[in-house]
Design a protein around this ligand. Structure first.
Ligand code: NAX
Length: 331
């Protein structure tokens, strides 16, 4: 039998935490043959609720779940973890300035970077979910210099899956038949959902999504806006932000990263830029990636038209602004 993998979930008493821990404990993230030990972190005001989550995990008697550490101590939470899912953060409340929210999250991610650097397993893979996801990941990367930068990522897989969902609805297709959409940039409303390279498997072979949809106007306007605004639409409907879809996407992100993407298929991940596609090096930017043996690589050589270029640069510019806002909070 395999040794258990230790998985940290921060913000574990929250909505996404509540949705993701049973998925992980059931093997959705790492497979049905991989035992796990869950490390759950939250803050003091949520300690009792966190303990309730631990009680439910015990009550669910998951065969793959070999242990639960539920704590408000960041050092204990990070100890020897192999995977860290960073869901905890400071939410934007009504009337708060962007800078104030940024400042709270910068201090959280600075402190958690240090704890991970000192106490996590040396090869720990990190996924930041909490918003502003790309910039929180950037702060974590800057303040955990001994964690390889390749190991620090942020979640844009939810946006990627949302883009797939819109195409599936439109074409009345099945998810296994559509692939290679791309989310470029920030996990925010400036993200660019790009279908120019996406394909659909049909009875007469692979076809471009653009050909099959045959409505460039929809693809270039409403489709993009729907994906960009989907988070807001969920809040309007549920009076709560996306949770089950976010949890599921986080499992997809880690599963593909660890176990690999299928041949010929890529996914979107927020990763540090090496300058690919002219994106400022060092930003955490969502790119199309393939994964093999636990390593992601940015898909190279895709043709970028003028329409795409503008949108890719606009979302990069927003990330550059967020980065300088984050840095201004350090002083
Ligand atoms: P909740 O408010 O339900 O849960 C957040 C939890 O984090 C709370 O239990 C809180 O006590 C805890 N927390 C706060 N500060 C902490 C700290 N310093 N250490 C540990 N825990 C801490 O929010 P939820 O709906 O679960 O969303 C969590 C985060 O995901 C938010 O930042 C949200 O904006 C972000 N999202 C990101 C998405 C993405 O695709 N990247 C999509 C979904 C979601 O909106």
């Amino acid at each position: 039998a395999k040794n258990p993998v230790r998985i940290l979930v921060t913000g574990a008493a929250g909505q996404i935490g509540y949705a993701i821990v049973p998925m992980i404990a059931r093997g959705v993230m790492l497979g049905l043959d991989q035992p796990v030990i869950l490390h759950l972190l939250d803050i003091e005001p949520a300690a009792e609720a966190l303990n309730g989550v631990k009680m439910e995990l015990i009550d669910a008697a998951f065969p793959l779940l070999k242990g639960v550490v539920a704590t408000t101590d960041v050092v204990e939470a990070c100890k020897d973890v192999n995977i860290a899912i960073m869901v905890g953060g400071f939410p934007r409340k009504e009337g708060m300035e962007r800078k104030d929210v940024m400042s709270k999250n910068v201090s959280i991610y600075k402190a958690q970077a240090a704890a991970l650097e000192q106490h996590a397993a040396a090869d720990c893979k990190v996924l930041v979910v909490a918003n502003p996801a790309n910039t929180n990941a950037l702060v974590l990367k800057e303040f955990a210099p001994s964690i390889p930068e390749k190991n620090i990522t942020c979640l844009t897989r939810l946006d990627h899956n949302r883009a797939l969902g819109q195409i599936l609805e439109r074409l009345n297709a099945h998810v296994s038949d559509v692939k290679n959409v791309i989310i470029w940039g920030n996990h925010s409303s400036t993200q660019y959902p790009d279908v120019n390279h996406a394909t659909v498997t049909t009875s007469s072979g692979g076809k471009l999504v653009r050909e099959l949809v045959a409505d460039d106007n929809w693809l270039n306007t409403d489709f993009i806006a729907t994906v960009q605004q989907r988070g807001a639409a969920i809040i309007k409907a549920r009076k709560l932000s996306s949770a089950l879809s976010a949890a599921s996407a986080a499992c997809d992100h880690i599963r593909d990263w660890v176990l690999g993407t299928p041949k010929g298929t890529w996914v979107s991940m927020g990763v540090y830029s090496d300058g690919s596609y002219g994106i400022q090096p060092g930003l955490i930017y969502s790119f199309p990636v393939t994964c093999e043996k636990g390593q992601w690589s940015i898909v190279q050589g895709l043709k970028i038209d003028e329409f795409s270029r503008k949108k890719m640069d606009a979302t990069a510019n927003e990330l550059i602004e967020e980065k300088s806002l984050a840095y201004s909070c350090l002083n």
